[in-house]
Every structure is written in structure tokens, then in C-alpha cells.
Design a protein around this ligand. Structure first.
Ligand code: AP5
Length: 221
């Protein structure tokens, strides 16, 4: 079996987190979501969290060096040795080059880059109905993917909340930043033959079944 070190690439609200959570369940690997790591730090009022908030609230990127250090530390932990899904990193060519260096230092490489290409109007619909578990970060949608009990996470029973940066004006800025800084990564990783384009819609059987089928196809299980 091939080791799965995956990058999840796509605009805000394209479904990276939804696929990443499902992929981790299928392959028993870890999700490394930079947005979640910043929000975790903010919840714990660390210096990093408070600094990140000043950028996140405006829909801007947190500076590369700070983000890359945080990713390196997380990827160096023992549970990342079996494989990982990078969700939200890298987000610029600069960060992709930093990732190359991190992977070289820890003796790893990327197996595939899963790319979600979702139209802007669909992104807005998805983000405007999103709710997230405050404990395990699983995303839900009030219309497309509702929890079984209103306001409560199916997986861990945590309370669901709406993110501060999901306000319409911040979402527009995040989409602009995606187009200017992150989208060039599609070309960057295409040249390395790593891009696997995912359907923007989930199949009727859902994210876990979709990720299981894809993992079989790519030789991860
Ligand atoms: P981050 O937390 O990474 O947010 P994002 O990239 O903007 O992505 P989202 O989490 O909003 O969406 P997603 O693609 O995971 O979609 P989801 O699965 O939830 O980053 C937030 C901020 O942190 C950034 O703006 C930046 O400031 C900072 N940051 C993070 N990483 C950084 C980095 N590397 N460098 C610098 N700064 C960084 O799905 C969305 C909704 O749609 C959900 O409700 C879901 O249930 C629903 N859904 C999903 N798939 C489908 C489907 N197929 N059909 C219908 N509904 C669906």
C-alpha cells in the first residue's frame, strides 16, 4: 500500500475540511488543518492565536513563516508518521516552497494533491449554511449536511457554532485571496503530476464512501 501524505487544495468553503475528515476516517491518518490550529490557539488565548485572529478577521493570510513553523511542528509529531492530510496549507507558492523544505527535513514527500474546483456562487451557499463542532471541528451544513440533532455534533456531541470569518464581506475577501495567492498552486503541483481533481459535489453515498473509493483507486488501501 502507498503511504498517503495528501494536500487538500480548494477555495474557502469548497469542502476541503469535509473531505479531509472523511479521508482521515478511511485511512486512519491525521488532519493538519491550519485554520483549525489557529482557531484552537485562539480559543486557548495563546499569543499565536491572538496574532492569527488579526489576519483571519480580515480574511487575509497569516504570515508565511508563522504558519510554516506551526505546520512543521505538527508534522513532526509521532501520529503524523502514518500519513497526513494538509487542509489549508500551503496557500501560496512561498508556502509550497517552505513545505518542500519541511518535508525534506522530516524525510517525507507528498503523495497527491486533491483539488476541489467549486464555482463562487456555490461557495457562498455552502459557507452561509455552515456550522462547525467546537470540539472536533467537523463541519455541517444546515441544508446539505445537517446534524441529526439540531446544534449538536453527530460524532462527539460537541456544540456547533458559526465561524466569525463566515460573514459575507470577509468571505469575499477570502475568495479574492484564494484567486490571487492560492490558485497558482494548481499549476505548481500539476507540473509535478500530483493533481487529482475531485468532483465538486459529493456522491449520494457521501464523503466517507467517496474517499474510500478514491483511496482504493490510488492504492492507499
Ligand atoms: P481555513 O479554516 O483553512 O478556511 P478556508 O480555507 O477558508 O476553508 P473553509 O474551512 O472555510 O472551507 P472548507 O474548504 O474546509 O469547506 P468545508 O468542508 O467546511 O482558514 C481560515 C483563515 O485562517 C484564513 O482565511 C487565513 O486567515 C487563516 N489561514 C489558514 N490557513 C492558512 C495558511 N496556510 N496561511 C495563512 N493563513 C492561513 O465545507 C463548507 C460547507 O459546505 C460546510 O458546511 C459543508 O458541510 C458543506 N459542504 C461541503 N462539501 C459539500 C458538497 N459537496 N455539497 C454541499 N455542501 C457541501
Amino acid at each position: 500500500m502507498k503511504k498517503a501524505n495528501i494536500i487538500m487544495l480548494g477555495a474557502p468553503g469548497s469542502g476541503k475540511g469535509t473531505r479531509a475528515v472523511a479521508l482521515c476516517e478511511v485511512l486512519n491518518i491525521v488532519q493538519v488543518a491550519t485554520g483549525d490550529l489557529f482557531r484552537f490557539n485562539l480559543k486557548n488565548k495563546t499569543e499565536l492565536g491572538l496574532l492569527a485572529k488579526t489576519y483571519m478577521d480580515k480574511g487575509e493570510l497569516v504570515p508565511d513563516g508563522i504558519t510554516a513553523d506551526m505546520v512543521k511542528q505538527r508534522l513532526s509529531e509521532p501520529d503524523a508518521k502514518n500519513g497526513f492530510v494538509l487542509d489549508g496549507f500551503p496557500r501560496s507558492i512561498g508556502q509550497a516552497e517552505m513545505l518542500d523544505k519541511i518535508l525534506e527535513d522530516i524525510g517525507e514527500s507528498i503523495s497527491a494533491v486533491f483539488y476541489l474546483d467549486v464555482p463562487d456562487d456555490e461557495i457562498i451557499r455552502r459557507i452561509s449554511g455552515r456550522m462547525i463542532c467546537k470540539d472536533c471541528q467537523t463541519p455541517y451544513h444546515k441544508e446539505f449536511n445537517p446534524p441529526k440533532v439540531d446544534g449538536v455534533c453527530d460524532k462527539c456531541g460537541g456544540q456547533l457554532f458559526i465561524r466569525d470569518d463566515d460573514k459575507p464581506e470577509t468571505v469575499k475577501k477570502r475568495l479574492d485571496v484564494f484567486k490571487s495567492s492560492t490558485k497558482p498552486l494548481v499549476d505548481f503541483y500539476s507540473k509535478r503530476g500530483l493533481i487529482v481533481k475531485l468532483p465538486s459535489e459529493l456522491s449520494a453515498s457521501g464523503a466517507v464512501a467517496d474517499m474510500r473509493e478514491l483511496s482504493k483507486k490510488l492504492g492507499f488501501i
